[in-house]
Design a protein around this ligand. Sequence first.
Ligand code: PLP
Length: 401
Amino acid sequence: DSVFANVVRAPEDPILGVTVAYNKDPSPKKLNLGVGAYRTEEGKPLVLNVVRRAEQMLVNDTSRVKEYLPIVGLAEFNKLSAKLIFGVDSPAIQENRVTTVQCLSGTGSLRVGAEFLARHYHEHTIYIPQPTWGNHPKVFTIAGLSVKTYRYYSPETRGLDFQGLLDDLNAAPSGAIVLLHACAHNPTGVDPTPEQWEQIRQLMRSKGLLPFFDSAYQGFASGSLDEDAQSVRMFVSDGGECLVAQSYAKNMGMYGERVGALSIVCKSADVAVRVESQLKLVIRPMYSNPPIHGASIVAAILKDSHMYHEWTVELKAMADRIISMRQKLFDALQARGTPGDWSHIIKQIGMFTFTGLNAQQVAFMTKEYHIYMTSDGRISMAGLSSQTVPLLADAIHAAVS
Ligand code: PLP
């Protein structure tokens, strides 16, 4: 008998499992709106032209070698990533109060940040929004933090439960860590307004709550990199401390290259140096050092003003296509006279729409229409095209009628 005979079969990941089920479906009209990956109007994955160009440059440069990167990754990439999220003139960067380490995309950045906090921060409770990206509680728990939730979304208004959010953060123990989605909250597509962010900031600072930003969609929400970084910059400009996990998966289409960064903004340069020395002790036994290829592509784009500009244009085109899909889907439901108020489809922001469809309705749409999505009713707008909107509208109409 196998020494592993007692191993029980684990369930599929709730998000990636949707793709597993989709792949098994032989129907030619099947549609995968589960995973958060951008698709073109033709339903194809997109590699940005600027990424192809940067990659070609790197391949042609025969002086490049494949030595190990330092534990903290590519220095140039780290500097440029900090500027991207905190702004080119950020005083925190100029005062050398920020330490940035290259990590394995957004997930790896969250994990390294969480393990650092579990080892070196006095409060081990992290508050995450209810609901949030399904991997958050797992990443933080396994890193040694204890996870609690704060109210975020109101099913009645399909908008922000702002009072619930304030009440829950107000009731949190002082010093607790708070996970905030920098923009384009996943799965709800609901973000606080700038005024609400300011109130959240004041409350958190007055209670000494530690912000941990997850920035997985910078530029992907509004189409503007600076606008999507406003929440983070608000918290940095008050001189206080915070953590930020950045991902280039969505905004540069670098999903499988696993490129991201963790930044910790500290009160002084001296603290930042000590924090970085401890981050190395977290990373070294975990994966030793990060991969070189994706970070080199990102750095090549960020440091060249022409390529950077080209990137912002391609990024805006992705964001605009998603926004146009929102309008098309909303119009299609209006045209069908589908019961209910669907204005949240055009009000929500970023890659996802939190439709309000329940698990039963989702199961119906998968069975009858071969449309795949997570059971919480979240659909990836980036997976839709003009051709597939009518099919989705038909399915939603049938599911709710
Ligand atoms: N955080 C949020 C909110 C996300 O939606 C995602 C991806 O879906 C991630 C983090 C991590 O993505 P990655 O590890 O691919 O950068």
